[in-house]
Design a protein around this ligand. Structure first.
Ligand code: ZN
Length: 420
């Protein structure tokens, strides 16, 4: 099929779909990126990972969108970002083009030349040349050079790149080859921990992540390439960067993540190693949150858990020992049922007496005043408590037996009578 003879992009898309239908495949609603991959005879997953800029557009996403680039489930994001370069304009490196012509006899555009903030070729350290043609990606680099009545040698202009920008390009190229996005919760935790470590060890004195980034990069370069960076003022929070540590579930742009990682890590290999560890621990955390750790999963019924909770005085670790499961698994089950840890109940009975007053109808403020406890502390407890906690507190503090346990005893007594 000669796609080059098409009159327009729409014409090209139609021809691509017709060709796919001839191959006996579904063509409607298939993203253009997937169509190109199939027509090129490539595996779509491989093509999306190595020939698109999805890795730059989608560095991190929420847990529900963790699909590999190029998979059928990721079709929506491929439709939106699959054929988009990361920066405006069409660029090429004259040295790369010369190598392509020498080795293959034809030239093409490369994704490493379309990263926002990287105006040079990361391989040859020469300034990128912009193709100003009307439909630049439809014109091969060597054709455009020939039309300009110049030569590739004349376009070579070496540049001196500062250390931060060189590391930024290196880290961004590593983000590009990832097979799928990272979970925002995992990546944000990694960044938060790394920033916290840098502060604790005195590597940085900045309280805000955005201040650290501002202090490390050339502000003129950052302002030129990153939207709204000129709004950043030292000492004031800057949402596009600081949201990463302020909110674990929020994800920011690929450019913001690359800037942050460049500020926190010495090189690409450190980022790689940290990603590997973070992804692994993130998977374990997710499994614990879902209660899926098979070896120490809490298998007890809700009523068994309730009795263990009362018996353990609301101590989650003690419950896990009684149930013979991991603390994380027991805690997950208990918290999901609205049964928080009551470890301090014996040490601070006034707090629980105030809650008892509130549960029998007294106003929260007057209950706190009467028992001389902090109202904010009680409000924090109330936010995570279910109504059964009132009963649990009564049983733990005053030792009254629950009706459920009494029923169980009755059933046991009946069985004993029958056995006689
Ligand atoms: Zn190059």
């Amino acid at each position: 099929m000669q796609l080059e003879r098409c009159q327009s992009r729409r014409d090209q898309l139609t021809k691509m779909r017709e060709q796919l239908v001839e191959y006996g495949q579904r063509a409607t609603s298939v993203p253009r990126l997937y169509l190109v991959a199939k027509l090129a005879g490539c595996d779509v997953l491989h093509f999306a990972q190595y020939h698109s800029m999805l890795g730059a557009h989608r560095v991190a996403v929420s847990a529900g969108q963790l699909y590999p680039f190029g998979s059928p489930s990721a079709a929506n994001s491929a439709r939106k970002h699959g054929m988009l370069p990361h920066r405006t304009g069409c660029f090429f490196c004259p040295c790369c083009v010369a190598e392509q012509l020498r080795d293959v006899g034809a030239s093409w555009y490369m994704r490493k030349h379309h990263i926002e903030g990287v105006d040079w070729c990361p391989s040859h350290k020469v300034r990128l040349v912009q193709n100003h043609a009307k439909d630049p990606f439809a014109t091969r680099p060597e054709d455009w050079v020939a039309r300009q009545a110049t030569s590739l040698e004349h376009l070579v202009e070496p540049v001196v790149v500062d250390e931060f920008q060189a590391r930024y390009a290196e880290i961004f190229m590593q983000l590009l080859v990832r097979p799928s996005p990272m979970e925002a919760r995992v990546l944000n935790k990694l960044i938060g921990d790394r920033f916290g470590y840098a502060r604790a060890t005195g590597m940085t004195s900045h309280k805000l992540l955005s201040d650290l980034v501002l202090s490390m990069c050339d502000s003129a370069w950052a302002t030129e390439h990153f939207d709204t960076f000129d709004c950043k003022r030292e000492g004031l929070p800057f949402g596009p960067l600081d949201n990463v540590v302020a909110c674990r579930s929020t994800y920011v742009t690929g450019t913001a993540y690359a800037l942050i990682l460049t500020s926190l890590f010495a090189n690409r290999k450190d980022v790689d190693a940290a990603f590997e560890v973070a992804t692994l621990s993130g998977k374990i955390d997710s499994a614990v949150i879902r209660g899926e750790r098979t070896s120490d999963r809490c298998e007890s019924t809700d009523s068994e858990l309730w009795l263990a909770y009362i018996g353990a005085g609301g101590n989650h670790s003690e419950v896990s020992r009684q149930m013979k499961c991991s603390v994380a698994s027991a805690r997950y089950r208990l918290v999901r049922q609205g049964l928080p840890a009551l470890n301090g109940i014996a040490r601070s009975p006034a707090r629980w007496r105030a809650l008892s007053r509130f549960w029998v109808g007294e106003h929260l403020a007057s209950a706190c005043l009467a028992e001389a406890v902090d109202q904010a502390c009680l409000e924090r407890i109330l936010r995570v408590c279910c109504t059964r906690v009132e009963r649990a507190v009564r049983l733990i503090l005053f030792g009254r037996r629950s009706t459920r346990k009494a029923k169980g005893t009755t059933r046991g007594q009946k069985a004993a009578v029958q056995n006689r």
